[in-house]
Design a protein around this ligand. Structure first.
Ligand code: ARG
Length: 703
């Protein structure tokens, strides 16, 4: 014993692996040897006694994990925050540890019930005493951190654990003397890694490998220049020696079976106070309210999951479950986040789900002026497809031109304030843009259960492919197409060249001819292939009737382009009688406007192809205006472009043979998008058949 540093340990008289509460314990129930455990523990005890004073708390029958005194509580000066164990398997240890602390003159602080915090296992002082690192994600709740800051009067830095093997902070993180830090970066989320890198200089960070991490090399007891651990690789030992630490290895394999090692088996009970340091915690909380068919629609699960997945935590304050089938539920949820940045990320996603502030917490949206044309303030709120309102001067104003990936700009007009989604490039100096996430809400229709179920569109909204599914979508789409046409509505089709290759050209042409399509969006290729097919019978040189390549056929493609270039436009070629049928022919003949957006791989291009991409985006946006339904046919590029411009409420049907495209496009979190993985030619032919059934008189087929 050379110093006044004290540790608390607990002899392994009753130690065993009796249950499974962490991945290390799996498969190890009653597999540890008591004798070997005692021997390993004694060794650690003796080593530690050469460097510090070691106190003992009596072990208790029935509480096998009590050996892990790191989880007794967190000590700073005379203050202790007693642990509140997450698992009932360990909750019985609490009174024994509390006793010991009280008998030894500590002031014991008790956290509210149901707020888990596992002591020094999840809270580690910077060895210079500058701040406290506190972990959350598995055992301790983020909401415990503000209590630590308050009671111990220290700055708390919250770190999120994401690898369940490293469920306690001390399994993957160990502040050492002189400002060094031993840690395993893979155990933390990106935000936490950034925080660590901001606080600890690169030359002070000792990041270890996964191989060392799973030997619990971070689970180290540090007394001045000594570091005591289960095992370290030669490389790690050399690294530590380089910066002046002497590694003492002592095998603790029996305790690894329960998910602990050297540091877990000890609790430092003399942690010096630094009078200069004061409480500071960046954990923020906010209460939100949600209403609707929270359970039926899965909305509440989605909300709670996204809070946790984004790095926050929550407490459900109130949940009023609607009792009748038709009645809605309402929930009030307290959201906590380790920083304002993470809070913004969480809230912006919750806004999309329809979350609102409590009436008494409503605030005006925050505005910041645009000072450089085409550039938004850093913290701008990114618009989504959902109908949005923003609160200005105490009034909720509906946002116009709703689309995703814009900024919301506020302008004063003679008729009052106007809020509009604007693309970054369209922002003008003097526009005021919404920043942060205050005073923003989206309007979600609460559909009744019956209504939801009746809407085929909603139940189809996950991109599964099966024969029956294709048929169901076709039936539904045909029905919608008819309804919209008969009501004088608007349907937009975006199509890729695959439509032509797969033989869908004639069907799409028929749809246009029969008035089911009010605008066509595509690129250079769909038009070229369609025209080539109708002038020469091939598509990219492949004979469309026989499906085989025609010798020299690839030139057809360029010849087609050349002919249209000679006439000056597709329309002129149609007028001249050069193109006599096909998709483009029907567009021209039926006055269906189209826009062809150029790309780097275009041949030609056709004179009609818009090679100024900004203009092409504008043309698309114009043609989409007022659409009730958009059919996206095998063009990832143009369909995603269209998806980006389209507000919620427009029915979208995405057909592609590639499931990834379908998922990407149909996953708009709304009921109106349907994805179907199938051959687009087949889809169009089924669609035409179905439309014929719907329009021709019913003839009973007698067998
Ligand atoms: N079996 C114990 C548990 O899962 C091990 C605790 C290890 N302690 C630590 N500070 N990491 O709770």
């Amino acid at each position: 014993m050379t110093s006044l540093i004290r540790f608390l340990m607990c002899a392994p008289d009753h130690y065993d692996v009796d249950y499974v509460i962490n991945p290390w314990m799996e498969g190890n129930i009653h597999k540890s040897s008591r004798d070997r455990a005692v021997e390993q523990w004694e060794k650690l005890y003796h080593i530690l006694k050469q460097h510090a004073i070691v106190d003992l708390v009596p072990p208790q029958i029935g509480w096998p994990d009590m050996v892990f005194t790191a989880n007794a509580g967190l000590v700073l000066g005379q203050n202790v925050v007693l642990s509140r164990f997450l698992h009932k398997e360990r909750q019985g240890e609490e009174p024994f540890f509390q006793n010991w602390f009280e008998e030894n003159g500590y002031t014991v602080n008790l956290l509210p019930k149901d707020l888990p915090f596992e002591g020094a296992g999840d809270a580690l002082l910077d060895r210079e005493g500058r701040w406290l690192w506190a972990g959350y994600g598995f055992r301790s709740e983020l909401d415990s951190h503000p209590y630590l800051a308050k009671w111990l009067d220290i700055e708390v830095l919250s770190l999120r654990l994401i690898d369940e093997r490293f469920y306690h902070l001390d399994t993957c993180f160990c502040p050492l003397a002189n400002g060094y830090l031993l840690y395993y970066p893979g155990a933390f989320d990106a935000y936490s890694n950034r925080l660590i890198e901001m606080r600890v200089a690169p030359e002070k960070r000792i990041a270890i490998t996964e191989a060392d991490a799973v030997n619990f090399a971070c689970n180290t007891v540090n007394v001045e220049s000594i570091v005591i651990m289960n095992k370290a690789s030669n490389a790690l030992k050399a690294r530590l020696a380089d910066v002046g630490f002497q590694v003492i290895e002592t095998p603790l394999t029996e305790f690894l079976k329960a998910g602990g090692a050297a540091k877990c088996l000890t609790l430092r009970v003399t942690e010096p106070l630094d009078a200069e340091i004061h409480a500071n915690v960046s954990v923020e909380s906010r209460v939100i309210r949600m209403e609707g068919h929270l359970l039926d629609s899965g909305l509440i699960n989605r909300a709670l999951d996204l809070i946790v997945d984004t790095g926050g935590s929550f407490q459900v304050m109130n949940f009023n479950l609607g009792e009748q089938r038709q009645s809605t539920s309402a929930a009030e949820v307290r959201v906590s986040a380790p920083s304002h940045e993470v809070m913004e990320e969480i809230i912006s996603q919750l806004i999309d789900l329809g979350a609102v502030d409590l009436p008494q917490d409503e605030r005006d949206a925050k505005l910041q002026p645009v000072i450089q044309a085409g550039v938004a303030p850093d913290d701008f709120y990114v618009s989504t497809i959902y109908p949005t309102e923003v609160r200005i001067n105490g009034e909720w104003v509906r946002v116009q031109n709703q689309r995703m990936d814009g900024a919301i700009a506020i302008t004063q007009t003679p008729n009052g304030l106007v809020a509009k989604c604007k693309l970054l490039r369209d922002l003008e100096v003097g526009d005021k843009v919404i920043v942060d996430v205050l005073g923003i809400r989206t309007i979600r229709k609460t559909e009744s259960r019956e209504h939801r179920n009746a809407q085929e569109f909603s139940f189809m909204s996950s991109g599964v492919s099966s024969e029956r599914r294709v048929e169901l979508v076709v039936e539904q789409v045909a029905w919608e197409l008819r309804k919209i046409r008969d009501a004088g509505g608007k349907v937009v089709v975006t199509a890729g060249p695959v439509v032509i290759h797969t033989g869908g050209g004639e069907h799409l042409a028929q749809l246009i001819r029969e008035g089911y399509v009010q605008a066509l969006l595509g690129g250079n290729a769909i038009a070229v292939h369609d025209i080539e097919q109708n002038m020469m019978g091939t598509s990219l040189g492949v004979d469309m009737k026989r499906g085989v390549a025609v010798r020299g056929g690839h030139r057809h493609h360029l010849k087609a382009i050349n002919i249209i270039r000679r006439y000056g436009s597709i329309a002129k070629a149609v007028e001249a009688g050069v193109i006599k049928n096909g998709v483009m022919y029907e567009c021209v003949s039926n006055n269906v406007p189209f826009s062809l957006a150029g790309s780097i791989r275009d041949d030609g291009p056709l004179p009609d192809t818009q090679t100024d991409l900004i203009k092409a985006q504008e043309e698309y946006a114009k043609l989409i205006e007022g659409a009730e339904m958009i059919l996206m046919l095998s063009s990832m590029l143009h369909s995603i472009g269209v998806g980006n411009m389209t507000p919620a409420g427009v029915k979208m049907v995405c057909v592609d043979i590639n499931p990834a495209v379908v998922t990407k496009l149909s996953d708009r979190g709304s009921v109106e998008s349907v994805g179907v993985v199938t051959d687009v030619g087949l889809f169009l032919s089924l669609l035409i058949q179905q439309l014929e059934k719907l329009t021709s008189p019913y003839i009973a087929s007698v067998g």
